[in-house]
Design a protein around this ligand. Structure first.
Ligand code: ZN
Ligand code: ZN
Length: 396
Protein backbone atom coordinates (compact mmCIF):
# COMPACT_ATOMS: atom_id res chain seq x y z
CA UNK A 1 0.00 0.00 0.00
CA UNK A 2 1.64 3.21 -1.16
CA UNK A 3 0.28 5.30 1.72
CA UNK A 4 1.75 2.96 4.30
CA UNK A 5 5.18 2.85 2.70
CA UNK A 6 5.15 6.60 2.31
CA UNK A 7 4.30 7.16 5.96
CA UNK A 8 6.66 4.52 7.28
CA UNK A 9 9.68 6.04 5.58
CA UNK A 10 9.16 8.56 8.32
CA UNK A 11 8.99 6.06 11.15
CA UNK A 12 11.16 8.00 13.59
CA UNK A 13 14.50 6.43 14.29
CA UNK A 14 13.18 4.33 17.13
CA UNK A 15 15.32 6.01 19.76
CA UNK A 16 12.67 8.57 20.65
CA UNK A 17 10.05 5.87 21.07
CA UNK A 18 12.40 3.62 22.99
CA UNK A 19 12.86 6.48 25.44
CA UNK A 20 9.09 6.94 25.70
CA UNK A 21 8.62 3.20 26.21
CA UNK A 22 11.33 3.00 28.88
CA UNK A 23 9.81 5.96 30.69
CA UNK A 24 6.37 4.31 30.72
CA UNK A 25 7.90 1.04 31.86
CA UNK A 26 9.73 2.75 34.72
CA UNK A 27 6.50 4.40 35.91
CA UNK A 28 3.71 1.80 35.86
CA UNK A 29 0.31 2.71 37.28
CA UNK A 30 -2.37 0.38 38.58
CA UNK A 31 -5.87 0.15 37.11
CA UNK A 32 -7.89 3.39 37.36
CA UNK A 33 -4.80 5.22 38.67
CA UNK A 34 -3.23 5.94 35.25
CA UNK A 35 -2.83 9.69 35.91
CA UNK A 36 0.75 10.17 34.80
CA UNK A 37 0.32 7.92 31.76
CA UNK A 38 -2.85 9.79 30.74
CA UNK A 39 -1.05 13.14 31.02
CA UNK A 40 1.79 11.95 28.78
CA UNK A 41 -0.72 10.69 26.21
CA UNK A 42 -2.94 13.77 26.30
CA UNK A 43 -0.02 16.21 26.05
CA UNK A 44 1.44 14.43 23.05
CA UNK A 45 -1.71 13.92 21.01
CA UNK A 46 -2.88 17.47 21.72
CA UNK A 47 0.49 18.69 20.43
CA UNK A 48 -0.06 16.69 17.21
CA UNK A 49 -3.42 18.37 16.61
CA UNK A 50 -5.84 15.86 18.08
CA UNK A 51 -9.02 17.04 19.70
CA UNK A 52 -8.50 15.54 23.17
CA UNK A 53 -11.11 14.53 25.73
CA UNK A 54 -10.91 12.60 28.97
CA UNK A 55 -13.59 9.94 29.19
CA UNK A 56 -14.14 7.55 32.10
CA UNK A 57 -10.53 7.66 33.28
CA UNK A 58 -9.17 7.25 29.76
CA UNK A 59 -8.03 9.61 27.00
CA UNK A 60 -9.48 9.89 23.50
CA UNK A 61 -7.96 11.89 20.64
CA UNK A 62 -9.99 12.66 17.54
CA UNK A 63 -8.31 13.69 14.29
CA UNK A 64 -10.75 14.83 11.59
CA UNK A 65 -9.13 14.79 8.19
CA UNK A 66 -11.80 15.24 5.54
CA UNK A 67 -14.31 12.80 4.10
CA UNK A 68 -14.00 9.10 4.61
CA UNK A 69 -14.51 6.34 7.12
CA UNK A 70 -13.99 6.69 10.85
CA UNK A 71 -11.56 4.25 12.47
CA UNK A 72 -11.05 3.71 16.20
CA UNK A 73 -7.83 2.19 17.50
CA UNK A 74 -7.65 1.22 21.17
CA UNK A 75 -4.64 0.82 23.47
CA UNK A 76 -4.92 -0.10 27.14
CA UNK A 77 -2.70 1.63 29.67
CA UNK A 78 -2.71 -0.04 33.10
CA UNK A 79 -0.06 -2.09 34.94
CA UNK A 80 -0.29 -4.94 37.44
CA UNK A 81 0.40 -5.50 41.15
CA UNK A 82 3.51 -7.56 40.34
CA UNK A 83 7.03 -7.04 41.73
CA UNK A 84 9.30 -6.73 38.69
CA UNK A 85 12.19 -9.19 38.47
CA UNK A 86 13.60 -8.52 34.99
CA UNK A 87 16.86 -6.86 36.03
CA UNK A 88 16.36 -4.40 33.16
CA UNK A 89 18.06 -1.00 33.35
CA UNK A 90 14.60 0.52 32.83
CA UNK A 91 12.80 -1.69 35.37
CA UNK A 92 9.85 -0.36 37.35
CA UNK A 93 10.67 2.25 39.98
CA UNK A 94 7.35 1.62 41.73
CA UNK A 95 7.46 -1.01 44.45
CA UNK A 96 5.11 -3.91 43.74
CA UNK A 97 3.79 -2.48 40.45
CA UNK A 98 4.93 -3.56 37.00
CA UNK A 99 3.94 -3.37 33.34
CA UNK A 100 3.87 -7.17 33.29
CA UNK A 101 1.26 -7.39 30.52
CA UNK A 102 3.02 -5.04 28.08
CA UNK A 103 0.41 -2.28 28.09
CA UNK A 104 3.34 0.17 28.05
CA UNK A 105 4.08 -1.21 24.58
CA UNK A 106 0.43 -0.76 23.63
CA UNK A 107 0.59 2.92 24.64
CA UNK A 108 3.82 3.42 22.71
CA UNK A 109 2.37 1.75 19.59
CA UNK A 110 -0.82 3.79 19.87
CA UNK A 111 1.13 7.03 20.19
CA UNK A 112 3.44 6.05 17.34
CA UNK A 113 0.51 5.42 14.99
CA UNK A 114 -1.23 8.61 16.16
CA UNK A 115 1.87 10.68 15.48
CA UNK A 116 2.47 9.24 12.02
CA UNK A 117 -1.18 9.68 10.98
CA UNK A 118 -1.11 13.29 12.18
CA UNK A 119 2.11 14.12 10.36
CA UNK A 120 0.98 12.53 7.06
CA UNK A 121 -2.55 13.80 6.62
CA UNK A 122 -2.21 14.06 2.85
CA UNK A 123 -1.79 10.28 2.68
CA UNK A 124 -5.29 9.54 3.97
CA UNK A 125 -8.72 10.99 4.63
CA UNK A 126 -11.43 10.24 7.13
CA UNK A 127 -11.52 10.45 10.92
CA UNK A 128 -9.09 8.74 13.27
CA UNK A 129 -10.03 8.07 16.90
CA UNK A 130 -7.06 7.18 19.13
CA UNK A 131 -8.51 5.65 22.27
CA UNK A 132 -6.40 4.99 25.37
CA UNK A 133 -8.29 2.85 27.85
CA UNK A 134 -7.59 2.46 31.57
CA UNK A 135 -8.12 -0.59 33.78
CA UNK A 136 -8.17 -3.48 31.34
CA UNK A 137 -6.72 -5.81 33.96
CA UNK A 138 -9.73 -5.38 36.22
CA UNK A 139 -12.30 -5.42 33.40
CA UNK A 140 -13.46 -1.96 34.52
CA UNK A 141 -11.91 0.47 32.05
CA UNK A 142 -13.87 -0.01 28.84
CA UNK A 143 -17.10 -0.13 30.83
CA UNK A 144 -16.12 3.07 32.68
CA UNK A 145 -15.53 4.88 29.38
CA UNK A 146 -18.86 3.72 27.99
CA UNK A 147 -20.64 4.65 31.23
CA UNK A 148 -19.08 8.13 31.01
CA UNK A 149 -20.83 8.74 27.68
CA UNK A 150 -18.14 7.63 25.22
CA UNK A 151 -20.71 6.86 22.53
CA UNK A 152 -22.04 10.44 22.57
CA UNK A 153 -18.69 12.15 23.03
CA UNK A 154 -16.66 10.80 20.11
CA UNK A 155 -17.58 10.21 16.47
CA UNK A 156 -19.13 6.83 15.81
CA UNK A 157 -16.44 4.63 14.22
CA UNK A 158 -17.10 2.32 11.28
CA UNK A 159 -14.66 -0.16 12.74
CA UNK A 160 -12.67 -0.66 15.96
CA UNK A 161 -9.19 -2.18 16.14
CA UNK A 162 -6.77 -3.28 18.86
CA UNK A 163 -3.71 -5.44 19.49
CA UNK A 164 -1.77 -7.14 22.31
CA UNK A 165 1.85 -8.20 22.80
CA UNK A 166 2.19 -11.95 23.36
CA UNK A 167 5.02 -14.38 24.16
CA UNK A 168 5.34 -15.38 20.49
CA UNK A 169 8.23 -14.68 18.11
CA UNK A 170 9.13 -11.01 17.82
CA UNK A 171 8.12 -9.62 14.45
CA UNK A 172 5.22 -12.04 14.08
CA UNK A 173 1.66 -10.74 13.74
CA UNK A 174 -1.22 -13.18 14.43
CA UNK A 175 -4.82 -12.55 13.41
CA UNK A 176 -7.97 -14.54 12.70
CA UNK A 177 -11.73 -14.08 12.46
CA UNK A 178 -14.26 -15.52 14.91
CA UNK A 179 -14.09 -16.01 18.68
CA UNK A 180 -10.44 -15.48 19.67
CA UNK A 181 -10.47 -14.48 23.35
CA UNK A 182 -12.57 -16.24 25.94
CA UNK A 183 -15.28 -14.80 28.13
CA UNK A 184 -14.21 -14.65 31.79
CA UNK A 185 -16.13 -14.49 35.04
CA UNK A 186 -14.74 -14.27 38.56
CA UNK A 187 -16.90 -15.33 41.51
CA UNK A 188 -16.49 -14.75 45.21
CA UNK A 189 -18.26 -17.49 47.17
CA UNK A 190 -18.81 -17.03 50.89
CA UNK A 191 -19.72 -20.17 52.81
CA UNK A 192 -21.31 -19.52 56.19
CA UNK A 193 -20.59 -22.02 58.96
CA UNK A 194 -20.87 -21.85 62.70
CA UNK A 195 -17.69 -21.26 64.68
CA UNK A 196 -16.66 -23.57 67.47
CA UNK A 197 -13.72 -24.88 69.47
CA UNK A 198 -11.62 -27.26 67.41
CA UNK A 199 -12.28 -29.95 70.01
CA UNK A 200 -16.08 -29.51 69.77
CA UNK A 201 -16.94 -29.90 66.06
CA UNK A 202 -20.38 -31.26 66.92
CA UNK A 203 -21.35 -27.84 68.31
CA UNK A 204 -20.42 -25.97 65.12
CA UNK A 205 -20.79 -26.20 61.35
CA UNK A 206 -17.34 -26.45 59.78
CA UNK A 207 -17.13 -24.24 56.64
CA UNK A 208 -13.67 -25.68 55.84
CA UNK A 209 -15.21 -29.09 55.19
CA UNK A 210 -18.05 -27.59 53.16
CA UNK A 211 -15.56 -25.52 51.11
CA UNK A 212 -13.42 -28.61 50.49
CA UNK A 213 -16.48 -30.50 49.23
CA UNK A 214 -17.34 -27.58 46.95
CA UNK A 215 -13.81 -27.48 45.49
CA UNK A 216 -13.84 -31.18 44.66
CA UNK A 217 -17.38 -31.20 43.32
CA UNK A 218 -16.63 -28.18 41.08
CA UNK A 219 -14.08 -30.35 39.24
CA UNK A 220 -17.01 -32.27 37.76
CA UNK A 221 -18.56 -29.22 36.06
CA UNK A 222 -16.33 -29.23 32.98
CA UNK A 223 -15.57 -32.96 33.16
CA UNK A 224 -19.18 -34.17 33.48
CA UNK A 225 -21.57 -31.40 32.44
CA UNK A 226 -19.92 -29.72 29.43
CA UNK A 227 -19.75 -31.54 26.11
CA UNK A 228 -16.22 -32.81 25.43
CA UNK A 229 -15.97 -30.70 22.26
CA UNK A 230 -16.90 -27.50 24.09
CA UNK A 231 -14.36 -25.26 25.82
CA UNK A 232 -14.64 -24.45 29.50
CA UNK A 233 -12.37 -23.78 32.48
CA UNK A 234 -13.31 -23.64 36.16
CA UNK A 235 -10.45 -22.78 38.53
CA UNK A 236 -10.58 -22.22 42.28
CA UNK A 237 -7.75 -19.71 42.61
CA UNK A 238 -8.11 -18.93 46.29
CA UNK A 239 -9.56 -20.58 49.37
CA UNK A 240 -9.42 -18.82 52.71
CA UNK A 241 -10.77 -19.83 56.10
CA UNK A 242 -9.65 -19.67 59.68
CA UNK A 243 -6.35 -18.79 61.31
CA UNK A 244 -5.71 -21.32 64.08
CA UNK A 245 -5.69 -25.10 64.33
CA UNK A 246 -8.06 -25.31 67.29
CA UNK A 247 -10.67 -22.83 66.06
CA UNK A 248 -13.40 -23.84 63.64
CA UNK A 249 -14.03 -20.60 61.72
CA UNK A 250 -17.47 -19.27 60.94
CA UNK A 251 -16.88 -18.75 57.25
CA UNK A 252 -14.83 -19.74 54.22
CA UNK A 253 -14.29 -17.62 51.10
CA UNK A 254 -13.53 -19.13 47.69
CA UNK A 255 -12.44 -17.19 44.61
CA UNK A 256 -13.35 -18.87 41.32
CA UNK A 257 -12.39 -18.11 37.73
CA UNK A 258 -14.44 -19.30 34.75
CA UNK A 259 -13.55 -19.19 31.05
CA UNK A 260 -15.83 -20.02 28.15
CA UNK A 261 -16.17 -19.52 24.40
CA UNK A 262 -19.90 -19.77 24.02
CA UNK A 263 -22.69 -17.99 25.86
CA UNK A 264 -24.78 -21.12 26.35
CA UNK A 265 -21.74 -23.01 27.74
CA UNK A 266 -21.00 -20.05 30.00
CA UNK A 267 -24.55 -20.03 31.36
CA UNK A 268 -24.43 -23.78 31.89
CA UNK A 269 -21.13 -23.55 33.84
CA UNK A 270 -22.31 -20.68 36.04
CA UNK A 271 -25.62 -22.41 36.76
CA UNK A 272 -23.76 -25.61 37.69
CA UNK A 273 -21.44 -23.71 40.04
CA UNK A 274 -24.34 -22.02 41.79
CA UNK A 275 -26.21 -25.30 42.10
CA UNK A 276 -23.18 -27.13 43.55
CA UNK A 277 -22.31 -24.34 45.99
CA UNK A 278 -25.88 -24.11 47.28
CA UNK A 279 -26.24 -27.89 47.37
CA UNK A 280 -23.06 -28.46 49.36
CA UNK A 281 -23.98 -25.72 51.83
CA UNK A 282 -27.36 -27.34 52.25
CA UNK A 283 -25.77 -30.79 52.62
CA UNK A 284 -23.31 -29.43 55.20
CA UNK A 285 -26.07 -27.87 57.28
CA UNK A 286 -24.87 -24.27 56.93
CA UNK A 287 -26.91 -21.91 59.10
CA UNK A 288 -27.48 -19.53 56.18
CA UNK A 289 -27.25 -19.77 52.39
CA UNK A 290 -23.95 -18.91 50.68
CA UNK A 291 -23.28 -15.56 49.03
CA UNK A 292 -22.14 -15.64 45.42
CA UNK A 293 -20.81 -12.36 43.98
CA UNK A 294 -19.61 -11.86 40.41
CA UNK A 295 -16.70 -9.53 39.53
CA UNK A 296 -13.99 -9.05 36.85
CA UNK A 297 -16.30 -10.13 34.05
CA UNK A 298 -14.89 -10.04 30.51
CA UNK A 299 -17.02 -10.53 27.39
CA UNK A 300 -16.21 -12.90 24.55
CA UNK A 301 -14.03 -11.33 21.83
CA UNK A 302 -15.37 -12.29 18.39
CA UNK A 303 -13.41 -10.85 15.47
CA UNK A 304 -15.53 -9.72 12.53
CA UNK A 305 -14.87 -11.69 9.34
CA UNK A 306 -14.72 -8.81 6.85
CA UNK A 307 -12.71 -6.51 9.10
CA UNK A 308 -10.25 -9.28 9.93
CA UNK A 309 -9.86 -10.22 6.27
CA UNK A 310 -9.02 -6.61 5.44
CA UNK A 311 -6.55 -6.40 8.33
CA UNK A 312 -4.91 -9.75 7.54
CA UNK A 313 -4.65 -8.94 3.83
CA UNK A 314 -2.94 -5.64 4.65
CA UNK A 315 -0.57 -7.42 7.05
CA UNK A 316 0.42 -10.01 4.45
CA UNK A 317 0.99 -7.27 1.88
CA UNK A 318 3.08 -5.22 4.28
CA UNK A 319 4.97 -7.78 6.38
CA UNK A 320 5.02 -10.72 3.96
CA UNK A 321 3.18 -14.00 4.54
CA UNK A 322 6.01 -15.45 6.63
CA UNK A 323 5.43 -12.85 9.32
CA UNK A 324 1.64 -13.30 9.53
CA UNK A 325 0.18 -16.26 11.44
CA UNK A 326 -3.29 -17.57 12.13
CA UNK A 327 -4.28 -16.56 15.65
CA UNK A 328 -5.43 -19.64 17.57
CA UNK A 329 -8.22 -19.07 20.11
CA UNK A 330 -6.66 -17.82 23.35
CA UNK A 331 -7.79 -18.72 26.85
CA UNK A 332 -7.08 -15.15 27.96
CA UNK A 333 -9.76 -12.46 28.02
CA UNK A 334 -10.12 -8.77 27.16
CA UNK A 335 -12.62 -5.98 27.72
CA UNK A 336 -11.67 -4.45 24.32
CA UNK A 337 -14.96 -5.50 22.70
CA UNK A 338 -17.03 -3.50 25.21
CA UNK A 339 -16.29 -0.31 23.24
CA UNK A 340 -17.23 -1.53 19.71
CA UNK A 341 -20.22 -3.35 21.19
CA UNK A 342 -21.40 -0.05 22.74
CA UNK A 343 -21.23 1.59 19.30
CA UNK A 344 -22.64 -1.53 17.63
CA UNK A 345 -19.72 -1.72 15.17
CA UNK A 346 -17.51 -4.61 13.98
CA UNK A 347 -13.99 -5.08 15.26
CA UNK A 348 -10.80 -7.07 15.03
CA UNK A 349 -8.17 -7.75 17.68
CA UNK A 350 -4.82 -9.39 16.94
CA UNK A 351 -1.51 -10.15 18.66
CA UNK A 352 2.10 -9.07 18.18
CA UNK A 353 5.01 -11.33 19.11
CA UNK A 354 7.60 -9.81 21.42
CA UNK A 355 10.20 -12.46 22.22
CA UNK A 356 13.23 -14.07 20.56
CA UNK A 357 12.26 -17.21 18.63
CA UNK A 358 14.72 -19.44 20.52
CA UNK A 359 13.85 -18.20 24.01
CA UNK A 360 11.76 -20.09 26.53
CA UNK A 361 8.66 -17.88 26.48
CA UNK A 362 7.87 -15.94 29.63
CA UNK A 363 4.11 -15.39 29.77
CA UNK A 364 2.30 -12.12 30.37
CA UNK A 365 1.84 -11.28 34.07
CA UNK A 366 5.14 -13.00 34.97
CA UNK A 367 7.60 -10.83 37.03
CA UNK A 368 10.24 -11.48 34.33
CA UNK A 369 8.03 -10.47 31.36
CA UNK A 370 10.40 -8.40 29.20
CA UNK A 371 9.59 -8.07 25.47
CA UNK A 372 12.53 -7.23 23.19
CA UNK A 373 12.19 -3.63 22.00
CA UNK A 374 13.73 -4.30 18.61
CA UNK A 375 11.74 -5.13 16.49
CA UNK A 376 8.64 -5.22 18.76
CA UNK A 377 8.24 -1.44 19.05
CA UNK A 378 8.44 -1.11 15.30
CA UNK A 379 6.27 -4.14 14.46
CA UNK A 380 3.41 -3.03 16.72
CA UNK A 381 3.48 0.51 15.40
CA UNK A 382 3.53 -0.70 11.80
CA UNK A 383 0.73 -3.19 12.42
CA UNK A 384 -1.46 -0.51 14.00
CA UNK A 385 -0.82 1.87 11.12
CA UNK A 386 -1.28 -0.77 8.41
CA UNK A 387 -4.59 -1.99 9.89
CA UNK A 388 -5.92 1.54 10.42
CA UNK A 389 -4.99 2.65 6.90
CA UNK A 390 -6.66 -0.47 5.48
CA UNK A 391 -9.92 1.09 6.70
CA UNK A 392 -9.33 4.78 6.04
CA UNK A 393 -9.53 6.32 2.58
CA UNK A 394 -6.12 6.29 0.87
CA UNK A 395 -4.77 6.78 -2.63
CA UNK A 396 -3.97 3.19 -3.47
ZN1 ZN B 1 -2.95 -8.70 31.42
ZN1 ZN C 1 -2.98 -7.19 28.74
Amino acid sequence: MAAVDDILTDLPATMAWQELYRDLHRHPELSLQETRTNRIIADRIAHWGYDVREVGGGVVGVLRNGDGPCVLFRADTDALPVQEDTGLAYASTVDGVMHACGHDLHVTWGLGAAQLLASHQRAWSGTYVALFQPAEETAQGARAMVDDGLVDRVPRPDVALGQHVMPTRAGLVSAAAGPRLSAADSLRVTVHGKGSHGSMPHLGVDPVVVAAAIVLRLQTVVAREIAPADFGVVTVGSIQAGAKSNVIPDRAVLLLNVRSYDESVRERILAAIERIVRGECEAGGCPQPPEIDYYDQFPLTVNDKAVTEAVTGAFVEHFGAERVAELAPLTGSEDFSVVPDAFGVPYSYWTIGGFPADADPIPNHNPRFAPVLDPTLRTGTEAALVAVLAHLRTEA
